[in-house]
Design a binder for this molecule. Structure first.
Ligand code: 9MR
Length: 589
């Protein structure tokens, strides 16, 4: 591993004291929702000050006194900061921080259930993203809206005159499913990792999830709520499979529509081009879902397993059929990553092998073939995102090891634990106590932090080593306020949060508050939404000057590169928060 980014430049705080006797303290950056009693609790102060820290309870009693720590530079924000570890404060309550006898802002909460509401809201958000149905006030409150995108006449791309074909256009029904993000497209590749992550919450913490209710309409009352919500998207995904097994990439208009409510977005929608990565991501989650739903709905599970197998077979026959965005299509591309399908094959093979065994298959030729395919491609340690699903295959084999070859299991565990150890090393030594790498700062950086947290939770589930949980906590702390913007990146949560996300319903519903529970994409230096060359009509002010990745963020609806929301970003937030809740509450599987 290249450690160069991890170098810190430390100066003893007494140097600062001799330079300045300033009493103006920059306020602390903290997890604004709070910390579990036994969690690691770190707070960050930008600046360099000789004063120590006093933690006082609400009666004014000092419960902890710490000396000023060393000053660290954080390359990602270009700041000097001091980080205090206040983990010794364990009694539930609200605390205030003082330096040099002065109160320095942002109260700290210690207690149980600090993330319970966040878990529910981040999952409830998927209901707010539902296409093809109205959101009723009894569920949606002030964010109720009419149905949009019936999607009962979706044109197969290339079959109508507008997209180069001869005829009037073959149509399919492609109803239900979640809107992907701030736009109204529905994309299979991104649904893949999203559904996987949501189902993993259920697979790892079923009793905890069963204990939660977040008020959604019930079509399948015998399902737990989470599986009810996920089914809404699985049903849509099933519509995207053609008769030959191949799966379309997406349902969308040809160009992004304007900032209007769903019912006013009425341009024709297309099912766009079958391809290998969409088919394999589809195969993987259908297989996974067939395992998860088998005990409560065998018929649905069988249907999904069959769909998974035929999608996989199509991919084997068409391994070079990669998605290429046609010139007349401008909606999300979700093109495959560098590996050209190897990671998707690995993941789908792992899921299908497990699913076949769960459905009672003997180690017959077909079942063995999945494991052979899996062996043909070694696991690699890449962080999970829609463009690389290697880690999802490793998660599956490492945590559901029962029927896989011992060698494969050992290799999968090694990949997960090595990656978790890298994250721990960085998290423990970085100024902000954040396990982030340079490549974590891309479009959707907040989801990279959440997905890093998920690796650490998996390492904890494998080993029960608490230090991995501390690493996962660091990731959540960053998303919930321990960051240079001093905000939670989740709408409606914490002392300060985004108010102007790039999210068409929130932009156009005339309700002041954005839909709650949404994780925005977060800072990075891409600045794709800025009018850099002066030719584009899209101007996003005030953040062009930011030259450090952790600072390049703006809470403005114009910023689709830093302030959009997306299903594949909310799902890991929900996993991370749910994992810490369930584990700290001690709720058994
Ligand atoms: O999350 C995607 C990110 O990795 C890409 O760099 C970016 C540009 O292609 O697209 C992001 O996904 C967007 C998708 O293409 C369309 N819906 C909104 C998604 C979030 O911004």
């Amino acid at each position: 591993m290249n450690k160069s980014w991890n170098v810190c430049f430390c100066t003893a705080a007494f140097v600062a004291a001799s330079l300045s006797a300033s009493s103006a303290f920059a306020g602390p950056l903290v997890n604004q929702l709070g910390y579990y009693p036994d969690a690691e609790k770190t707070v960050v102060f930008p600046g360099n000050d000789a004063n120590g820290l006093e933690v006082r309870d609400l009666k004014g009693k000092t419960v902890l006194k710490l000396k000023a720590p060393l000053v660290y530079d954080w390359d990602y924000s270009g700041e000097e900061v001091q980080t205090f570890d206040i983990s010794a404060v364990k009694a539930p309550g609200t605390y205030r921080l003082f330096r040099g006898g002065e109160y320095v802002g942002t109260p700290i909460v210690v207690g149980k259930n600090v993330y319970g509401d966040l878990v529910k809201a981040s999952l409830k958000w998927f209901y707010y993203q539902r296409s093809s149905m109205a959101l009723e006030p009894q569920y949606a409150g002030k964010w109720a809206r009419a149905a949009g995108h019936k999607d009962d006449h979706v044109i197969v791309y290339g079959s109508d005159k507008a997209t180069g074909g001869k005829g009037a256009g073959k149509t399919i029904k492609s109803q239900r499913g979640w809107y992907d993000a701030g736009d109204y497209g529905k994309y299979i590749v991104n649904s893949g990792i999203t559904v996987f992550t949501l189902l993993e919450i259920y697979e790892h913490f079923p009793k905890y999830v069963d204990s939660l209710k977040w008020n959604i309409p019930r079509e399948f009352p015998k399902y737990p709520e989470l599986l009810e919500e996920v089914r809404y998207n699985l049903d849509w995904m099933l519509t995207m499979q053609d008769k030959d097994g191949g799966v379309y990439h997406k349902v969308s208009t040809l160009k992004f529509g304007g900032s209007v409510l769903p019912e006013n977005d009425i341009a024709p929608r297309y099912a766009i081009i079958k391809n290998v990565t969409a088919s394999l991501d589809f195969a993987a989650v259908m297989a996974q879902a067939s395992v998860v739903y088998r005990n409560i709905d065998k018929a649905y599970a069988d249907k999904m397993l069959k769909a998974a197998e035929s999608a996989y077979a199509w991919a084997k026959k068409n391994p070079e059929a990669f998605y290429k965005q046609p010139d007349d299509v401008q909606t999300g591309s979700y093109m495959p990553g560098d590996e050209n399908g190897k990671d998707e094959f690995r993941w789908a093979a792992a899921e299908l092998f497990r699913a076949k065994v769960a459905a009672g298959a003997k180690a017959d030729k077909a079942t063995a073939a999945y494991q052979e395919d899996l062996k043909a491609n070694a696991f690699t340690p890449d962080g999970a995102w829609w463009g690389n699903v290697n880690m999802l295959a490793a998660f599956r084999v490492a945590l559901d090891s029962a029927n896989f070859d011992a060698e494969l299991v050992a290799a999968a565990k090694k990949v997960v634990l090595n990656e978790a150890n890298n994250l721990r090393a960085v998290g423990d030594t970085s100024a902000y106590r954040l396990p982030a790498f340079p490549w974590s700062w891309n479009w959707g950086s907040n989801s990279a932090m959440a997905n890093n947290g998920i690796v650490l939770v998996h390492a904890y589930l494998l080993t029960k080593d608490k230090s991995y949980l501390d690493g996962a906590q660091q990731c959540l702390d960053y998303l919930l306020g321990k960051n240079p913007q001093d905000i939670t990146y989740v709408t409606g949560f914490g002392y300060r949060s985004p108010h102007n996300p790039h999210h068409r319903p929130s932009e156009s519903d005339m309700v002041d508050d954005p839909v709650p529970g949404m994780l925005v994409g977060g800072p990075h230096l891409g600045k794709q939404d800025i009018n850099l060359d002066g030719k584009e009509n899209w101007k996003c002010p005030n953040y062009a000057a930011a030259d450090k990745p952790a600072l390049a963020y703006i809470d403005n609806r114009c910023s689709y590169a830093t302030n959009e929301v997306a299903i594949n970003w909310n799902a890991p937030l929900a996993y991370l928060a749910a994992a810490l809740e369930a584990i700290y509450l001690g709720i058994p599987k």
